[in-house]
Design a protein. Structure first.
Lengths: 139, 114
């Protein structure tokens, strides 16, 4: 098992396309299942990561960047799981979204906020970096 | 994704597996087809769904809005606690009529249509 001195890392790179979001979910399910998370918490992580990737995919479609990739880096340190999600989907600046698109994105953002313990979203040169942290045994 | 129709007035869309950013567009198209064919009531059966995300929720909300605009209604069948939880944490369980079985949903919609 891992200890605090040497966190285990798992990295995955997927195409920034709708059909690959399921691959990211499956990978994070495997990672989270190795930790002391409850069944519900593993589901929370799967959903949160899925939502973050979905948001990236939707921005890539809007910005014409569907040839880019999403990089997921998970770090398992004792009871703390950190997932970093990097996309190159371009800037998240667009006021021309349809109402239902905006609604979906709001629900996605709400879900992430409710499902993980910490969330940080920061714009980068080519896209966005999302960091989420979930602690095992919090409930 | 499979659509079956109980009678002309009451179409049921039965979903299976994962309804996400990849598959939700199919659901949207199915719903549009039914709306354009004049459906006033609709049942979306999520009994066999094992994963559902914000994209699916967005499509369902859009469908519900359109149905209610024409005085119709759309109800959900969702026996799975895991899937229902997604509706609960987003507060959408208060907006949708959610039933445990297809029979209950049919009965409820049947009463509305009279």
């Amino acid at each position: 098992m891992t200890n605090a001195d040497s966190p285990a890392r798992v990295e995955l790179v997927i195409p920034c396309k709708p059909e690959f979001v399921g691959v990211a979910r499956l990978a994070i399910l495997g990672v989270a299942s190795r930790m002391r998370f409850s069944y519900d918490e593993v589901e929370d992580i799967r959903l949160a990561v899925g939502e973050a990737c979905t948001t990236a995919v939707e921005w890539a479609e809007r910005n014409g960047r569907t040839d880019s990739t999403i990089t997921l880096r998970s770090e398992i340190a004792n009871d703390k799981l950190t997932v970093d999600i990097y996309d190159q989907a371009g800037a998240r600046e667009d006021n021309t979204k349809a109402e239902d698109e905006q609604e979906t994105e709001n629900i996605g953002a709400l879900l992430i906020t409710l499902l993980v313990d910490e969330i940080k979203i920061e714009p980068q040169a080519e896209g966005t970096h999302v960091r989420m942290v979930k602690y095992a045994g919090q409930r | 994704m499979d659509t079956r129709t109980i009678d002309n007035k009451l179409p049921v869309i039965e979903l299976e597996g994962e309804v996400d950013v990849y598959t939700a567009p199919q659901l949207k198209q199915q719903m549009i087809n039914l709306l354009e064919s004049g459906a006033k009531q609709m049942i979306i059966d999520l009994s066999k769904v094992e994963y559902l995300d914000s994209t699916a929720l967005g499509v369902l909300i859009g469908g519900l809005k359109r149905m209610r605009e024409t005085d119709g209604n759309m109800v959900l069948v969702c026996p799975s606690a895991r899937i229902r939880r997604v509706f609960e944490i987003t507060g959408l369980d208060k907006i949708f009529d959610i039933y445990n079985t297809a029979d209950e949903a049919q009965e409820a919609v049947g009463k509305e249509t009279g």
